[in-house]
Write a protein of this length. Sequence first.
Length: 162
Amino acid sequence: MNGFLGGGQVGFNYQVGQFVFGVEGDFTGTGIKGGVNALGATFNNTVNWTSTVTGRAGLAFDRWLVYGKGGVAWAGDKFSTNRYSAFSSEITDTRIGWTVGGGVEYAFAPQWSAKVEYNFMDFGTKSYSFAPGFSTDIDQKVQEVKVGVNYKFGGGPIIARY
């Protein structure tokens, strides 16, 4: 599976010396799609969106912040297959799982920063019934690489002290 994504985030950071602690939530619309063809049967998956709520901890130096994060993740999925009949069966579901990740952020102006971040999301294995008496186990993991620009609202320029 692969595709592009775009979205937004909101969060709060607190800095003590070089240590930065925070919480953030994000929502991302995606175009992640993939499929498998085997013995005349097809199985397709589309991840329409992902969302996370995470804690974040990092180390700031000069204008840089290196951080790790972890928390809860959601994914809006659409699965379809023609494995059990000549017609395609479709299921939509919102899955919940966990996420870990990390990144680096650079404060290029008092209220502005840019970041590159990697997130791994694991939604575990769940059984879906596409036809009566038949089920398929789907183990889902999503990996995202994000590039973003952040604007810090209110208060002093804490981010510029990185």
